[in-house]
Design a protein around this ligand. Sequence first.
Ligand code: PMP
Length: 448
Amino acid sequence: MSDANSCLFYQSRTPRPFLDYGEGIYLFDETGKRYIDGSSGAMVSNIGHSNPRVLAKMKAQMDKATFGYRLHFRTHPSEDLAAKTVAMTPEGLDRVFFVSGGSEAVESAVKLARQYAVTQGQSSRHRVISRFPSYHGCTFGALDLTGYDPLREPFAPMLEGMPKVAAPATYLDRDDLSEEERGLKYAELLRDRILEEGPENVLAFLMEPVGGASTGALVAPDSYYGRVREICDEFGVLLIYDEVMTGAGRTGKFLAAEHWGITPDIVAMSKGFGAGYAPLGAIVASARLVEPVLDAGGFLHGFTYAGNPLACSAGLAVLEELEDQGLIGNAAKMGEVLMAGLRELMDRYPFIGDVRGKGLLTAFEFVSDRATLAPLPPSLDAHARLVELAYERGLIIYSRRTRGGTAGDHFLIAPPLIITEAQIGDIMAILRDALDAFAKEAGLPIAE
Ligand code: PMP
Protein backbone atom coordinates (compact mmCIF):
# COMPACT_ATOMS: atom_id res chain seq x y z
CA MET A 1 0.00 0.00 0.00
CA SER A 2 1.33 3.47 -0.69
CA ASP A 3 0.53 6.50 1.40
CA ALA A 4 -2.20 8.51 -0.29
CA ASN A 5 -0.81 11.89 -1.19
CA SER A 6 0.18 13.75 -4.30
CA CYS A 7 3.70 14.94 -3.64
CA LEU A 8 5.47 11.63 -3.07
CA PHE A 9 5.63 8.31 -4.77
CA TYR A 10 7.44 6.24 -2.20
CA GLN A 11 6.09 2.78 -1.62
CA SER A 12 5.41 1.63 1.88
CA ARG A 13 3.57 -1.56 2.84
CA THR A 14 2.02 0.08 5.86
CA PRO A 15 0.96 3.70 6.15
CA ARG A 16 3.72 5.69 7.82
CA PRO A 17 3.03 8.30 10.47
CA PHE A 18 4.05 11.93 10.08
CA LEU A 19 7.38 12.72 11.69
CA ASP A 20 7.16 15.37 14.38
CA TYR A 21 10.62 15.84 15.89
CA GLY A 22 13.89 14.19 16.69
CA GLU A 23 16.03 14.24 19.81
CA GLY A 24 19.30 12.33 20.19
CA ILE A 25 18.74 8.71 19.13
CA TYR A 26 14.96 9.15 19.15
CA LEU A 27 12.34 10.21 16.62
CA PHE A 28 8.77 11.11 17.61
CA ASP A 29 5.71 10.91 15.38
CA GLU A 30 2.75 13.28 15.53
CA THR A 31 0.85 11.01 17.93
CA GLY A 32 3.73 11.33 20.39
CA LYS A 33 5.01 7.78 19.84
CA ARG A 34 8.76 7.41 20.32
CA TYR A 35 11.04 5.37 18.06
CA ILE A 36 14.67 4.46 18.64
CA ASP A 37 16.43 5.29 15.38
CA GLY A 38 18.28 1.97 15.29
CA SER A 39 19.49 2.47 11.72
CA SER A 40 20.18 6.24 11.85
CA GLY A 41 17.60 6.50 9.07
CA ALA A 42 19.54 4.98 6.19
CA MET A 43 22.84 5.06 8.14
CA VAL A 44 22.80 8.87 8.00
CA SER A 45 22.11 10.44 11.41
CA ASN A 46 25.50 9.67 12.92
CA ILE A 47 25.48 12.35 15.63
CA GLY A 48 21.81 11.91 16.49
CA HIS A 49 18.90 14.23 15.87
CA SER A 50 18.49 17.93 16.64
CA ASN A 51 21.96 18.47 18.08
CA PRO A 52 21.63 22.02 19.48
CA ARG A 53 25.25 23.04 18.77
CA VAL A 54 24.97 22.01 15.12
CA LEU A 55 21.65 23.81 14.76
CA ALA A 56 23.08 26.97 16.34
CA LYS A 57 26.03 26.98 13.93
CA MET A 58 23.73 26.44 10.96
CA LYS A 59 21.45 29.21 12.16
CA ALA A 60 24.36 31.60 12.49
CA GLN A 61 25.31 30.81 8.88
CA MET A 62 21.67 31.11 7.79
CA ASP A 63 21.55 34.62 9.18
CA LYS A 64 24.52 35.57 7.00
CA ALA A 65 24.06 33.78 3.65
CA THR A 66 22.60 30.42 2.68
CA PHE A 67 23.96 30.42 -0.84
CA GLY A 68 26.77 32.02 -2.74
CA TYR A 69 27.70 30.43 -6.02
CA ARG A 70 31.16 28.93 -5.86
CA LEU A 71 32.33 30.64 -9.05
CA HIS A 72 31.43 34.00 -7.53
CA PHE A 73 32.70 33.65 -3.97
CA ARG A 74 34.95 31.63 -1.73
CA THR A 75 33.21 30.78 1.55
CA HIS A 76 34.66 30.10 4.98
CA PRO A 77 32.37 27.13 5.71
CA SER A 78 33.43 25.30 2.54
CA GLU A 79 37.14 25.99 2.97
CA ASP A 80 37.06 25.23 6.69
CA LEU A 81 35.16 22.00 6.06
CA ALA A 82 37.64 20.98 3.36
CA ALA A 83 40.58 21.64 5.71
CA LYS A 84 38.91 19.75 8.56
CA THR A 85 38.09 16.80 6.27
CA VAL A 86 41.69 16.57 5.08
CA ALA A 87 42.91 16.76 8.68
CA MET A 88 40.65 13.86 9.66
CA THR A 89 41.49 11.59 6.71
CA PRO A 90 44.72 9.59 6.37
CA GLU A 91 47.77 11.19 4.79
CA GLY A 92 47.73 11.10 1.01
CA LEU A 93 44.10 12.19 0.74
CA ASP A 94 44.48 15.92 0.54
CA ARG A 95 42.00 17.46 -1.91
CA VAL A 96 38.25 17.75 -1.36
CA PHE A 97 35.40 18.25 -3.83
CA PHE A 98 31.91 18.79 -2.46
CA VAL A 99 28.64 17.30 -3.68
CA SER A 100 25.15 16.94 -2.22
CA GLY A 101 24.72 13.16 -1.90
CA GLY A 102 26.14 9.68 -2.30
CA SER A 103 25.36 9.01 -5.96
CA GLU A 104 26.88 12.37 -6.84
CA ALA A 105 29.97 11.47 -4.83
CA VAL A 106 30.43 8.15 -6.63
CA GLU A 107 29.95 9.70 -10.06
CA SER A 108 32.36 12.51 -9.18
CA ALA A 109 34.99 10.00 -8.06
CA VAL A 110 34.75 8.07 -11.32
CA LYS A 111 34.83 11.18 -13.47
CA LEU A 112 37.87 12.52 -11.62
CA ALA A 113 39.60 9.17 -12.18
CA ARG A 114 38.78 9.34 -15.88
CA GLN A 115 40.00 12.89 -16.33
CA TYR A 116 43.22 12.03 -14.52
CA ALA A 117 43.79 9.06 -16.84
CA VAL A 118 43.26 11.30 -19.86
CA THR A 119 45.88 13.76 -18.57
CA GLN A 120 48.29 10.83 -18.30
CA GLY A 121 47.80 9.90 -21.94
CA GLN A 122 45.82 6.81 -20.93
CA SER A 123 42.58 7.54 -22.77
CA SER A 124 41.89 3.85 -23.34
CA ARG A 125 41.20 3.42 -19.62
CA HIS A 126 37.42 3.62 -19.26
CA ARG A 127 36.19 0.40 -17.64
CA VAL A 128 35.35 0.60 -13.94
CA ILE A 129 35.18 -2.73 -12.15
CA SER A 130 32.88 -2.96 -9.14
CA ARG A 131 31.43 -5.81 -7.10
CA PHE A 132 28.36 -7.97 -6.95
CA PRO A 133 26.38 -7.45 -4.82
CA SER A 134 26.94 -3.78 -4.11
CA TYR A 135 25.11 -0.48 -3.94
CA HIS A 136 26.66 2.70 -5.29
CA GLY A 137 23.64 4.89 -6.09
CA CYS A 138 20.70 5.34 -8.42
CA THR A 139 21.84 7.84 -11.06
CA PHE A 140 22.80 6.21 -14.37
CA GLY A 141 26.54 6.08 -13.83
CA ALA A 142 26.30 4.94 -10.22
CA LEU A 143 23.55 2.47 -11.10
CA ASP A 144 25.76 0.88 -13.73
CA LEU A 145 28.33 0.31 -11.01
CA THR A 146 25.72 -1.09 -8.62
CA GLY A 147 25.55 -4.87 -8.37
CA TYR A 148 21.91 -5.35 -7.51
CA ASP A 149 19.75 -6.67 -10.33
CA PRO A 150 16.25 -5.66 -9.24
CA LEU A 151 17.27 -2.00 -9.35
CA ARG A 152 19.03 -2.34 -12.71
CA GLU A 153 16.54 -4.42 -14.66
CA PRO A 154 14.22 -1.76 -16.18
CA PHE A 155 17.21 0.38 -17.13
CA ALA A 156 19.55 -2.38 -18.30
CA PRO A 157 19.44 -1.49 -22.03
CA MET A 158 20.47 2.05 -21.13
CA LEU A 159 23.50 1.01 -19.08
CA GLU A 160 27.00 0.50 -20.42
CA GLY A 161 27.38 -2.77 -18.51
CA MET A 162 30.46 -2.18 -16.39
CA PRO A 163 32.22 -5.38 -15.23
CA LYS A 164 31.57 -6.92 -11.80
CA VAL A 165 33.50 -9.29 -9.59
CA ALA A 166 32.03 -11.21 -6.65
CA ALA A 167 32.13 -9.44 -3.29
CA PRO A 168 33.78 -11.69 -0.70
CA ALA A 169 30.69 -13.14 0.99
CA THR A 170 33.01 -15.65 2.57
CA TYR A 171 30.51 -16.71 5.23
CA LEU A 172 28.65 -18.52 2.43
CA ASP A 173 31.72 -20.39 1.22
CA ARG A 174 32.01 -24.08 1.98
CA ASP A 175 35.65 -24.90 1.38
CA ASP A 176 38.71 -25.79 3.38
CA LEU A 177 40.44 -22.45 2.92
CA SER A 178 41.55 -20.31 5.84
CA GLU A 179 40.05 -16.82 6.14
CA GLU A 180 43.30 -15.38 4.83
CA GLU A 181 43.26 -17.67 1.81
CA ARG A 182 39.62 -16.80 1.12
CA GLY A 183 40.42 -13.10 1.15
CA LEU A 184 43.22 -13.67 -1.35
CA LYS A 185 40.98 -15.86 -3.50
CA TYR A 186 38.43 -13.06 -3.88
CA ALA A 187 41.14 -10.48 -4.55
CA GLU A 188 42.43 -12.70 -7.37
CA LEU A 189 39.00 -12.44 -9.02
CA LEU A 190 39.80 -8.76 -9.50
CA ARG A 191 43.18 -9.57 -11.02
CA ASP A 192 41.61 -12.08 -13.40
CA ARG A 193 38.97 -9.57 -14.43
CA ILE A 194 41.54 -6.83 -15.08
CA LEU A 195 43.44 -9.22 -17.34
CA GLU A 196 40.24 -10.22 -19.10
CA GLU A 197 39.27 -6.60 -19.76
CA GLY A 198 42.83 -5.72 -20.78
CA PRO A 199 44.66 -3.68 -18.14
CA GLU A 200 45.04 -0.79 -20.58
CA ASN A 201 41.23 -0.46 -20.59
CA VAL A 202 40.66 -0.56 -16.84
CA LEU A 203 40.32 2.82 -15.14
CA ALA A 204 39.39 1.95 -11.59
CA PHE A 205 38.12 -0.56 -9.07
CA LEU A 206 35.24 0.65 -6.89
CA MET A 207 34.33 -1.04 -3.61
CA GLU A 208 32.53 -0.48 -0.33
CA PRO A 209 35.13 -1.37 2.33
CA VAL A 210 32.30 -2.65 4.51
CA GLY A 211 29.26 -3.56 2.45
CA GLY A 212 26.12 -1.62 3.17
CA ALA A 213 22.56 -1.89 1.97
CA SER A 214 23.20 -4.66 -0.54
CA THR A 215 25.27 -7.05 1.53
CA GLY A 216 24.42 -6.23 5.14
CA ALA A 217 27.63 -5.04 6.77
CA LEU A 218 29.81 -7.45 4.82
CA VAL A 219 33.41 -7.35 6.05
CA ALA A 220 36.06 -9.06 3.93
CA PRO A 221 38.92 -11.09 5.42
CA ASP A 222 41.83 -8.79 6.34
CA SER A 223 44.00 -10.22 3.56
CA TYR A 224 41.58 -8.97 0.88
CA TYR A 225 42.17 -5.26 1.41
CA GLY A 226 45.94 -5.16 1.05
CA ARG A 227 45.98 -7.57 -1.88
CA VAL A 228 43.36 -5.48 -3.75
CA ARG A 229 45.56 -2.39 -3.28
CA GLU A 230 48.58 -4.34 -4.62
CA ILE A 231 46.66 -5.57 -7.66
CA CYS A 232 45.44 -2.06 -8.48
CA ASP A 233 49.01 -0.75 -8.20
CA GLU A 234 50.34 -3.58 -10.36
CA PHE A 235 48.14 -2.48 -13.27
CA GLY A 236 47.92 1.28 -12.65
CA VAL A 237 44.22 0.89 -11.82
CA LEU A 238 42.88 3.55 -9.45
CA LEU A 239 41.32 2.31 -6.22
CA ILE A 240 38.10 4.11 -5.27
CA TYR A 241 36.49 3.41 -1.89
CA ASP A 242 32.78 4.10 -1.68
CA GLU A 243 32.61 5.24 1.95
CA VAL A 244 29.22 6.90 1.49
CA MET A 245 27.89 4.73 4.31
CA THR A 246 31.07 3.85 6.21
CA GLY A 247 32.76 7.27 6.17
CA ALA A 248 32.70 9.92 8.90
CA GLY A 249 33.18 7.53 11.78
CA ARG A 250 30.45 4.89 11.37
CA THR A 251 32.81 1.90 11.64
CA GLY A 252 34.93 3.25 14.51
CA LYS A 253 37.53 5.03 12.36
CA PHE A 254 36.95 8.21 10.36
CA LEU A 255 37.33 6.15 7.19
CA ALA A 256 36.82 2.39 7.19
CA ALA A 257 39.97 2.21 5.01
CA GLU A 258 42.00 3.00 8.15
CA HIS A 259 41.14 -0.39 9.68
CA TRP A 260 43.38 -2.00 7.08
CA GLY A 261 45.90 0.82 6.65
CA ILE A 262 44.77 1.34 3.05
CA THR A 263 45.01 4.68 1.28
CA PRO A 264 42.60 4.60 -1.66
CA ASP A 265 43.23 7.04 -4.51
CA ILE A 266 39.76 8.54 -4.15
CA VAL A 267 37.16 8.20 -1.39
CA ALA A 268 33.45 9.02 -1.76
CA MET A 269 31.54 10.08 1.37
CA SER A 270 28.06 11.38 2.14
CA LYS A 271 25.45 10.08 4.63
CA GLY A 272 27.26 10.58 7.98
CA PHE A 273 29.27 13.49 6.56
CA GLY A 274 26.20 15.75 6.65
CA ALA A 275 24.59 13.43 9.21
CA GLY A 276 21.09 14.45 8.11
CA TYR A 277 21.59 18.14 8.85
CA ALA A 278 22.14 19.00 5.19
CA PRO A 279 22.35 17.17 1.88
CA LEU A 280 26.12 16.92 1.66
CA GLY A 281 28.82 14.67 0.34
CA ALA A 282 32.42 14.87 -0.75
CA ILE A 283 35.15 13.12 -2.59
CA VAL A 284 38.58 13.22 -1.05
CA ALA A 285 41.44 12.50 -3.42
CA SER A 286 45.18 12.46 -3.66
CA ALA A 287 46.74 15.70 -4.93
CA ARG A 288 48.72 13.46 -7.32
CA LEU A 289 45.45 12.95 -9.24
CA VAL A 290 43.92 16.37 -8.80
CA GLU A 291 46.87 18.58 -9.76
CA PRO A 292 47.25 17.27 -13.33
CA VAL A 293 43.50 17.67 -13.86
CA LEU A 294 43.64 21.28 -12.66
CA ASP A 295 46.74 21.93 -14.78
CA ALA A 296 44.90 20.59 -17.82
CA GLY A 297 42.12 23.15 -17.40
CA GLY A 298 40.10 21.88 -14.45
CA PHE A 299 37.58 19.24 -13.47
CA LEU A 300 34.84 19.18 -16.11
CA HIS A 301 32.19 18.48 -13.55
CA GLY A 302 30.22 20.20 -10.79
CA PHE A 303 26.76 20.51 -9.26
CA THR A 304 25.04 23.85 -8.68
CA TYR A 305 24.41 23.31 -4.97
CA ALA A 306 27.82 21.80 -4.28
CA GLY A 307 29.77 23.38 -1.47
CA ASN A 308 27.04 25.81 -0.51
CA PRO A 309 27.83 27.60 2.73
CA LEU A 310 24.80 26.35 4.66
CA ALA A 311 25.44 22.66 3.92
CA CYS A 312 29.15 23.14 4.62
CA SER A 313 28.45 24.89 7.94
CA ALA A 314 26.40 21.83 8.90
CA GLY A 315 29.16 19.45 7.78
CA LEU A 316 31.78 21.37 9.71
CA ALA A 317 29.64 21.37 12.85
CA VAL A 318 29.08 17.61 12.45
CA LEU A 319 32.82 16.89 12.23
CA GLU A 320 33.39 19.11 15.27
CA GLU A 321 30.81 17.07 17.20
CA LEU A 322 32.54 13.84 16.19
CA GLU A 323 35.76 15.20 17.68
CA ASP A 324 34.43 17.07 20.69
CA GLN A 325 32.27 14.17 21.89
CA GLY A 326 34.80 11.46 20.94
CA LEU A 327 32.09 9.80 18.86
CA ILE A 328 34.38 7.78 16.60
CA GLY A 329 35.91 6.06 19.62
CA ASN A 330 32.42 5.55 21.00
CA ALA A 331 31.38 3.90 17.74
CA ALA A 332 34.25 1.42 18.11
CA LYS A 333 33.40 0.71 21.76
CA MET A 334 29.64 0.54 21.39
CA GLY A 335 30.06 -1.52 18.21
CA GLU A 336 31.60 -4.28 20.34
CA VAL A 337 28.72 -4.11 22.82
CA LEU A 338 26.21 -4.30 19.99
CA MET A 339 27.99 -7.20 18.27
CA ALA A 340 28.11 -9.13 21.55
CA GLY A 341 24.36 -8.57 21.93
CA LEU A 342 23.67 -9.74 18.39
CA ARG A 343 25.83 -12.85 18.89
CA GLU A 344 23.75 -13.68 21.97
CA LEU A 345 20.65 -13.58 19.79
CA MET A 346 22.10 -16.50 17.84
CA ASP A 347 21.76 -18.67 20.98
CA ARG A 348 18.03 -18.03 21.12
CA TYR A 349 17.10 -17.88 17.43
CA PRO A 350 18.39 -20.78 15.33
CA PHE A 351 17.17 -18.94 12.23
CA ILE A 352 19.86 -16.28 12.68
CA GLY A 353 22.68 -17.69 10.58
CA ASP A 354 25.27 -14.93 10.66
CA VAL A 355 26.14 -11.81 12.62
CA ARG A 356 28.72 -9.39 11.24
CA GLY A 357 29.88 -5.81 11.04
CA LYS A 358 32.44 -3.21 12.00
CA GLY A 359 31.92 -0.52 14.63
CA LEU A 360 28.31 0.63 14.57
CA LEU A 361 27.56 -0.85 11.15
CA THR A 362 26.29 -4.28 12.13
CA ALA A 363 23.91 -6.84 10.68
CA PHE A 364 22.35 -10.23 11.23
CA GLU A 365 21.01 -12.56 8.59
CA PHE A 366 18.21 -15.12 8.60
CA VAL A 367 18.64 -18.70 7.40
CA SER A 368 16.36 -21.72 7.37
CA ASP A 369 19.28 -24.01 8.15
CA ARG A 370 22.62 -23.06 9.69
CA ALA A 371 24.38 -26.03 8.13
CA THR A 372 23.49 -25.15 4.55
CA LEU A 373 22.86 -21.42 5.15
CA ALA A 374 19.79 -21.74 2.91
CA PRO A 375 17.65 -18.61 3.17
CA LEU A 376 14.16 -18.54 4.68
CA PRO A 377 11.33 -19.09 2.19
CA PRO A 378 10.51 -15.81 0.40
CA SER A 379 6.83 -16.37 1.25
CA LEU A 380 7.61 -15.39 4.86
CA ASP A 381 8.63 -11.93 3.63
CA ALA A 382 10.92 -11.90 6.64
CA HIS A 383 12.92 -8.81 5.71
CA ALA A 384 9.76 -6.68 5.65
CA ARG A 385 7.91 -8.40 8.46
CA LEU A 386 10.58 -8.11 11.16
CA VAL A 387 11.03 -4.43 10.32
CA GLU A 388 7.27 -3.92 10.82
CA LEU A 389 7.22 -5.80 14.12
CA ALA A 390 10.16 -3.74 15.41
CA TYR A 391 8.59 -0.49 14.18
CA GLU A 392 5.33 -1.26 16.01
CA ARG A 393 7.44 -1.68 19.14
CA GLY A 394 9.26 1.62 18.66
CA LEU A 395 12.50 0.47 17.02
CA ILE A 396 13.61 1.39 13.51
CA ILE A 397 15.88 -1.11 11.74
CA TYR A 398 16.86 -1.44 8.07
CA SER A 399 16.56 -4.55 5.95
CA ARG A 400 17.20 -5.94 2.48
CA ARG A 401 16.72 -9.24 0.74
CA THR A 402 19.97 -9.93 -1.08
CA ARG A 403 23.27 -11.61 -0.32
CA GLY A 404 26.30 -13.00 -2.12
CA GLY A 405 24.29 -13.51 -5.29
CA THR A 406 21.37 -15.31 -3.61
CA ALA A 407 18.36 -13.88 -1.84
CA GLY A 408 18.58 -13.82 1.93
CA ASP A 409 17.04 -11.57 4.55
CA HIS A 410 19.48 -9.35 6.39
CA PHE A 411 18.93 -6.58 8.90
CA LEU A 412 21.19 -3.64 9.61
CA ILE A 413 21.49 -2.27 13.12
CA ALA A 414 23.38 1.01 12.92
CA PRO A 415 22.31 3.47 15.61
CA PRO A 416 23.70 7.01 15.93
CA LEU A 417 27.29 7.14 17.20
CA ILE A 418 26.13 8.90 20.39
CA ILE A 419 24.49 5.69 21.61
CA THR A 420 25.13 4.48 25.17
CA GLU A 421 25.40 0.94 26.52
CA ALA A 422 22.02 1.29 28.26
CA GLN A 423 20.40 2.38 25.01
CA ILE A 424 21.89 -0.63 23.22
CA GLY A 425 20.23 -2.69 25.95
CA ASP A 426 16.91 -1.05 25.02
CA ILE A 427 17.46 -1.90 21.35
CA MET A 428 18.21 -5.53 22.18
CA ALA A 429 15.12 -5.84 24.39
CA ILE A 430 12.80 -4.59 21.63
CA LEU A 431 14.60 -6.67 19.04
CA ARG A 432 14.11 -9.85 21.09
CA ASP A 433 10.46 -9.05 21.51
CA ALA A 434 10.06 -8.49 17.76
CA LEU A 435 12.04 -11.65 16.94
CA ASP A 436 9.88 -13.68 19.36
CA ALA A 437 6.77 -12.36 17.62
CA PHE A 438 8.23 -13.09 14.19
CA ALA A 439 9.23 -16.64 15.17
CA LYS A 440 5.75 -17.30 16.54
CA GLU A 441 4.06 -15.97 13.42
CA ALA A 442 6.38 -17.81 11.06
CA GLY A 443 6.33 -21.04 13.04
CA LEU A 444 10.11 -20.94 13.58
CA PRO A 445 11.81 -22.50 16.61
CA ILE A 446 13.20 -20.58 19.58
CA ALA A 447 15.79 -22.05 21.95
CA GLU A 448 14.40 -20.99 25.38
N1 PMP B 1 27.00 4.39 -2.03
C1 PMP B 1 26.66 3.70 -0.93
C2 PMP B 1 27.64 2.75 -0.34
C3 PMP B 1 25.40 3.89 -0.37
O1 PMP B 1 25.07 3.17 0.73
C4 PMP B 1 24.51 4.81 -0.94
C5 PMP B 1 23.13 5.04 -0.37
N2 PMP B 1 22.55 3.95 0.23
C6 PMP B 1 24.91 5.50 -2.09
C7 PMP B 1 26.17 5.27 -2.60
C8 PMP B 1 24.00 6.49 -2.79
O2 PMP B 1 23.78 7.59 -1.97
P1 PMP B 1 22.55 8.58 -2.25
O3 PMP B 1 21.31 7.82 -1.99
O4 PMP B 1 22.78 9.70 -1.26
O5 PMP B 1 22.66 9.06 -3.65
